[in-house]
Design a protein around this ligand. Sequence first.
Ligand SMILES: [Mg+2]
Length: 268
Amino acid sequence: MTEATSLPPLRPGSYAFFFDLDGTLAEIKPQPEQVVIPQTVRHRLGQLARLCDGAVALISGRSMAELDRLAAPLHLPLAGVHGAERRDISGKVLRVNLAPTLVEQLSRYLVEELSVFPGARLEIKGMAFALHYRQAPQHASAIIQLANRLVAQHDGLSLQPGKSVVEIKPAGISKGSAIAAFMHEAPFAGRRPVFLGDDLTDEAGFDIVNELNGVSIKIGAGESRAQQRLQDVQAVYHWLEQTTYQLEQELNRLPLRRAGNESFNRGI
Ligand SMILES: [Mg+2]
């Protein structure tokens, strides 16, 4: 793996960008609701989206409602809850749902089971459940075992480990499948995907990006199947600025392409 201080030269019109949010575009905080994407970074993302005809999407474990709140005023294509929900560039939303009775049953069970671990927090995302133990690290293995037991009992569920969290999500969905779906659609199709992420859930995204001859970038330490690495969130900000600048310079050198790009106006 190489340090991604600079990517190979970007060709105009040829890249699609996918970003994880927590730990990639925003510093991780003790509580998920304290997380913010700095205004300058949101501005830069909007600029990047304009430079590549809107081929910029957020791919996160958070719900799409939260992603919209954190990225505002941007209104980007999104994959939320590790790909269980997705919004394409036209605004069409696709969701993988669990049966409401199952959601109710699991919610009740998890509320009760987690109540014996002080500091643990259950986040119910509609079609997925996040068992957070950042404030209860001494109970991590018991909580992971609880999630494992539950997934073993239900065919339609799978486990998604993360940083201080273990999630129970519908089987068959991943950040990889979300990126693959975007890559079949305009304006992503035909471009080379670039994906930046920091956590275990991002590995499925790195796999598909590697398969598609794209650029996979792991943020921070830890083993990864990504090709390149950036040290931390601050390095992502620097990379984003550098990449946007580089794309803009390339486009400025192509007057025809530039004229075409200016017609792109989706209010991103
Ligand atoms: Mg992350």
